[in-house]
Design a binder for this molecule. Structure first.
Ligand code: ATP
Ligand code: MG
Length: 388
């Protein structure tokens, strides 16, 4: 294990940079809302929970007395009913841009001491995403535009966080969907961002087009129906100038596939996560004025996405098997496998690694994330214990 020197934050200087009174910053730290990352990233701090005017997951990089802020990606609000949401939120503009919402995990990329690093939503530096991103983005962009943060979705197979095999790609890939200036946090306009991405050969989320506010809801409904058939997630609707906040809207099939995954591990899944997905189905079904046949299909899809995985889970535990979330990771540097395992363990997750297999230039290894809580709960029920 390499030895990394622990650094200490200069509160006075950091507070000045953040434009906060030092006492306020000390308070934030005491409450555990600004935390230090570790090892080679121990001079990077992340905001967790509430700090005034600072997005959750924002990273503060301490360059030994001078600072840099890598802002967290802002929350995107959801339309439950497309038409009123579009008219209500974009009334000041004439048209909106519609991009595909990729189903993966959010990553922010910056150049850090001559290497690209990938932050996850929470402001941690994920060793796996960091290794992968070197292959996806060229560093020249970051040298030419050191003032810009690139935001994108890591999606596809070999994905430790969101296992969805819905895209026609061989392995994990990175799809850029946003760029923002470091100092102000302001986003680039959609057009400008896409041109820049194109210029540097970045993979980008799909652009469906720009639609007038009046036609947008019908167009998006058509897009959503098609994406749903393919199992894709949905769309993000944006002000072309990126002044107004974007809105997301998703397909029923994708909601149900989330439920299916979550109910397999019903004791680990967040209640809000499950509940919100059920409510979405109600609103979409209402807005689409479904006939009886379509409505029955939706009922079946929703019901099955809840019951089938749970029944499967109970049957699996009844045979004495432990439940696990299994996925592969693909790396070029074998050391990253162990770094990633240690990283998962930091979050209290128990993972079991398979034997790495050499495929071309890469190592592919199977990872089993053990779902102890659902296994134990199910076992207890099977043994006759009572729920509570
Ligand atoms: P949020 O707090 O943003 O709602 P969430 O984790 O609940 O976060 P999602 O429901 O997946 O997120 O929707 C927002 C996320 O969608 C973004 O954080 C981003 O990672 C992802 N995303 C995928 N494609 C796009 C896109 N084209 N434009 C913007 N975000 C996108
Ligand atoms: Mg997502």
């Amino acid at each position: 294990m390499r030895y990394y020197k622990e650094t200490e934050l200069d509160i006075e200087k950091a507070a000045e940079f953040l434009e906060l009174p030092p006492s306020r910053l000390s308070e934030i730290i005491e409450k555990g809302n600004l935390r230090q990352n570790w090892d080679e990233y121990s001079n990077i701090y992340r905001f967790e929970g509430h700090a005034p005017q600072i997005e959750n997951g924002t990273a503060l990089i301490d360059h030994y007395g001078s600072f840099e802020l890598v802002r967290g990606f802002p929350k995107i609000k959801r339309a439950m009913l497309l038409d009123p949401a579009l008219k209500g939120n974009f009334s000041q503009i004439k048209s909106v841009v519609v991009e595909e919402k990729m189903n993966g995990y959010n990553v922010r990329v910056v150049d850090y001491r001559g290497k690209l690093i990938a932050f996850t939503r929470s402001g941690h530096v994920c060793p796996y995403s960091t290794e992968r991103v070197q292959n996806f983005l060229k560093r020249d962009f970051f040298q030419d535009h050191p003032d810009i943060i690139v935001y994108g979705e890591m999606a596809g197979p070999d994905n430790p966080y969101v296992q969805k095999n819905i895209y026609d790609i061989d392995s994990l890939d990175f799809f850029v969907f946003d760029m923002r200036y470091k100092d102000t946090g302001e986003p680039l306009e959609v057009c400008q961002r896409r041109e820049l991405g194109e210029e540097y050969g970045f993979n980008q989320v799909r652009l469906f087009g720009e639609f007038s506010i009046n036609e947008a809801s019908a167009k998006i409904t058509g897009i959503i129906r098609e994406l749903g058939e393919k199992g894709h997630e949905g769309v993000v609707i944006k002000d072309p100038k990126m002044v107004l906040q974007p809105i997301k809207y998703t397909c029923s099939q994708s909601n149900c596939s989330d439920l299916e995954q979550a109910f397999r591990f019903y004791n680990e899944a967040g209640r809000d996560y499950l509940f919100s997905r059920v409510v979405r189905e109600g609103f979409q079904s209402y807005e689409w004025s479904e006939d009886e046949e379509e409505f029955q299909k939706r009922c079946k899809r929703l019901g099955e996405s809840i019951l089938l995985p749970m029944k499967g889970t109970i049957a699996q535990v009844a045979t004495g098997e432990r439940l696990s979330d299994d996925f592969c990771i693909r790396v070029r540097d074998e050391n990253v496998i162990h770094k990633f395992k240690a990283y998962m363990e930091r979050f209290g997750l128990y993972v079991v690694l398979g034997t790495p297999e050499r495929i071309g230039e890469d190592y592919v290894v199977e990872v089993r994330k053990i779902n102890k809580s659902t296994t134990d709960k199910t076992m207890a029920m099977l043994e006759g214990q009572l729920w509570s």
